[in-house]
Design a protein around this ligand. Structure first.
Ligand SMILES: *Cc1c(COP(=O)(O)O)cnc(C)c1O
Length: 391
């Protein structure tokens, strides 16, 4: 029956089999292990002859429910959930790459992922090359005989650059490479990379999926045989998602579609309003016609997402003043929350870099990133406007 239901319905209705308590809302299986009626049942489970749960580092019904929902929403064959977005990224590399393999990686990716690639893959003898998001023509030249995987993210954090998922899909297909997409910013509500040939889709569930800033979580969905390799790596190495977090996340997926719609509506309002403000040099939002890759956004996304970026004319000093003047928006290193959040990378995450180093990674001095929350849109806009008056 699930096959016929729309992904949005599956996000609400896909659920662990009802127990004999006849609960309506999904139960939480907060248990480390599972019991067996007989020694032979236990033997069969360990021998892999049955699919019975054994131990929650391997499988847990609540964790599986969350992973299966994300797989359904992403139109993927299988899924496995882990403790954080970074655990999802790292296990996808560790399970599928070996010494001597080469990874082709888009340069504009999450900072934690850059660190994993540059500091740890090296240690395991895995080679990598970074390629620019804005020039796909370079990518094919960088493919080597030992290239195994292509890793991308779109829209990127915090510059909101877009990558043409279809074009990257053609390249990975032609060269028979594993196509691995971090789809955290768009969520399956706005963009399903499977449509463009992606083999693996990764999420930090900490962000929009939880959507209320409560728990960390991660998930990998995609081709069955690839997800199985990742499962085997995780069941032994242990980046296990807590069943409690999985329960929170699974319930959150029931409202993801409506929440994302509101985030996007409000973000477009914020972006449109800020484009008129004379304290601001430019505003970037995928669904603003002024976005340099507006056409790509329209092709692969249903709406522009909940993140808006803009550049203050006053540079780094104005950035700090703006942050201090905010009354409603939170100053916190997260995004994808029901509460609107502002961040100023030049004075925080990227403060140790020189102006020149920052500009190389696309961080301009007055860049502000706003994660637009679910508050009344005019309240969000008013707070940003009054803060702009003070910088
Ligand atoms: C936050 C984030 C991650 C890492 O996720 P955690 O849950 O914090 O480990 C990975 N990719 C992107 C795009 C992110 O925004």
């Amino acid at each position: 029956m699930n096959k016929k239901l729309h992904p949005q319905t599956q996000a609400i209705r896909l659920q662990t089999a009802t127990t004999n308590q006849m609960e309506h809302s999904t139960p939480l299986f907060l248990t480390s292990s599972f019991v067996f009626e007989t020694a032979d049942d236990m033997r069969a489970a360990f021998a892999g002859e049955t699919e019975d749960n054994i131990y929650s580092r391997y499988t847990n019904p609540t964790v599986d429910e969350f992973a299966n929902k994300v797989a359904a929403m992403e139109k993927a064959e299988a899924g496995f959930a882990v403790a954080s977005g970074m655990a999802a990224v790292f296990s996808s590399f560790m399970a599928l790459l070996k010494a001597g393999d080469h990874l082709l990686c888009c340069r504009s990716i999450f900072g934690g992922t850059v660190t994993v690639v540059t500091k740890f893959l090296d240690k395991f003898g895995i080679e990598y090359t970074f390629v620019p998001a804005d020039d796909l023509s370079v990518w094919e030249k960088e493919i080597k005989p030992n290239t195994k995987m292509v890793y991308v993210e779109t829209p990127t954090n915090p510059q909101l650059e877009l990558l043409d998922l279809e074009e990257v899909g053609k390249l990975t297909k032609k060269h028979n490479l594993i196509y691995n997409v971090d789809n955290c910013f768009a969520t399956p509500v706005l963009q399903t990379p499977v449509d463009f040939g992606a083999d693996l889709i990764i999420h930090s569930a900490t962000k929009w999926m939880d959507g209320q800033g409560r728990v960390l979580g991660g998930v990998i969905v995609g081709k069955k045989e690839l997800v199985h390799e990742i499962y085997l790596f995780c069941r032994n190495s242990g980046p296990t998602l807590s069943p409690f977090n999985a329960w929170v996340l699974s319930k959150s997926l029931e409202t993801l579609d409506v929440r994302i719609q509101r985030h996007c509506e409000s973000a477009l309002k914020v972006a449109t309003e800020l484009e008129k403000n004379d304290k601001i040099a430019w505003v970037k939002y995928p669904f603003l016609p002024s976005h340099p890759q507006y056409e790509i956004a329209k092709k692969q996304m249903k709406a522009g997402g909940g993140i808006v970026c803009f550049e203050l004319k006053g540079g780094i000093e104005a950035g700090s003043k703006f942050m201090d003047a905010l009354e409603l928006l939170s100053l916190t290193p997260n995004l994808g929350d029901s509460r609107s959040i502002a961040s100023h990378p030049a004075s925080t995450t990227h403060s140790k870099l020189s102006d020149e180093e920052r500009s190389k990674v696309g961080i301009t001095p007055g860049l502000i990133r706003v994660s637009v929350g679910l508050e009344y849109a005019d309240d969000i806009i008013d707070d940003i406007k009054q803060a702009l008056e003070k910088c």
